[in-house]
Design a protein around this ligand. Structure first.
Ligand code: AHM
Ligand code: MG
Length: 342
């Protein structure tokens, strides 16, 4: 059978009545932006794109209070510019921008809102480890012609599409439009994303976890216990030996879980408690949670199903537990038992 390109996949989804033409074109434009980012990431030092943004000794700081890399800024610009003129969007919101940005008046406007983390895993940019772009598509509420930050505050269940591009040994686009999670690989010779894994399924059981264990002493008690139990191996309460992997790029860690199972955890800890967690609900947790649920996995804050959290602010942060269903359920049960005894 001839390869199925992203374009063909999306046209077939439209023909099946699962997406409309505007959403199809919007996803095509996001994919085009990801190709441009992939090229910029791939040039590395040759493109002069590594290192901090800003001037020497005074790195530019984003709304998250984090030093921006040149590639964070460039990727954000690529996504904004590529998506500005297509006529499918009403506004964009980015992890790298203080506020959402409406489509400029000189361009036609559409009915969707695009949310993105332009280059996730920034700490890995300069060391040639996988980074990625995470995105989520929401509907602009009816009757809203000039959307502001408040119109993005929709729960993850309202996402009409979500995905990520991973810039690793190959460039991948992983996508859901609410009917399964599918993997497309960039064929660099023809410049197209080709469907390489349809309907990914995450095994319900796992022996692998992803966590920055250097933070363990700062975590809430149930999560300290959870990881202690896994580290105790087959002679401990879990009765099996676990393996640990932590790339520190959420796209890479989630991609491994979509490929062979596992659990990803970024708990609440003493350092991030005031902000509610480390990872961002709208830019990271919600799109990844939709992809994981669509692949048969589970995603939680530890206390709530991630996709049902009602956002209160654009840059809201949350604790994250996602991946193999039974493992996530176990982590949630430990939180529940702890809260019941508090
Ligand atoms: P970023 O959006 O600033 O790159 O931060 C998000 C990243 C995730 O990709 C990753 O899971 C996590 O931060 C790594 O955190 P840590 O450096 O604490 O291990
Ligand atoms: Mg990020």
């Amino acid at each position: 059978m001839s390869p199925i390109s992203l374009t063909r996949y999306l046209i077939e989804e439209q023909q099946a009545g699962r997406i409309c033409a505007d959403l199809r074109l919007l996803i095509e434009v996001v994919a085009r932006a990801c190709k441009s980012i992939s090229i910029a990431v791939g040039k590395g030092d040759l493109g002069g794109v590594l290192g901090d943004a800003g001037t020497p000794g005074s790195a530019s700081i984003n709304v998250q209070g984090e030093a921006q890399k040149k590639l964070d800024v460039l990727s954000n610009e690529i996504l904004l510019e590529t998506n500005a003129w297509g006529g499918h969007l009403a506004a964009c919101a980015s992890e790298e921008m203080d506020h959402s940005q409406p489509i400029p008046d000189r361009y036609p406007k559409g009915n969707y809102l695009l949310v993105f983390d332009p280059l996730d895993g920034s700490s890995n940019i300069d060391v040639n480890v996988t980074v990625g772009t995470i995105f989520s598509v929401l509907r602009c509420p009816d009757g809203v012609s000039a959307p502001g930050d408040e119109h993005f505050l929709q729960p993850g269940t309202a996402q009409v599409a979500a995905g990520y591009a991973a810039y690793g040994s190959s460039t991948l686009l992983v996508l859901t439009v609410g009917h399964g999670t599918h993997v497309f690989t960039l064929d660099r010779e023809i410049g197209s994303f080709i469907l390489t894994r349809r309907d990914v399924r995450i095994p319900e059981e796992t022996r692998e976890f992803a966590a920055n264990v250097s933070n363990q002493r700062h975590w809430e008690a149930p999560m300290q216990r959870y990881v202690d139990e896994m580290l105790a191996g087959k002679h401990g309460p879990r009765g099996k030996d676990y393996n640990m992997r932590w790339v520190a790029s959420m796209v890479a860690d989630v991609h491994r879980i979509l490929t062979r199972g596992g659990i990803f955890i970024y708990p609440l800890d003493a350092k991030n408690r005031a902000q509610g967690g480390k990872l961002r609900l709208l830019y990271e947790a919600n799109p990844m949670s939709l992809l994981v649920e669509q692949a048969g996995g589970a995603a939680s804050t530890g206390r709530l199903r991630m996709l049902e959290v009602q956002p209160e602010k654009l840059h809201q942060r949350v604790p994250v537990f996602l991946g193999s269903k039974h493992e996530v359920e176990y982590a949630v049960a430990l939180h529940r038992a702890h809260d019941a005894n508090a």
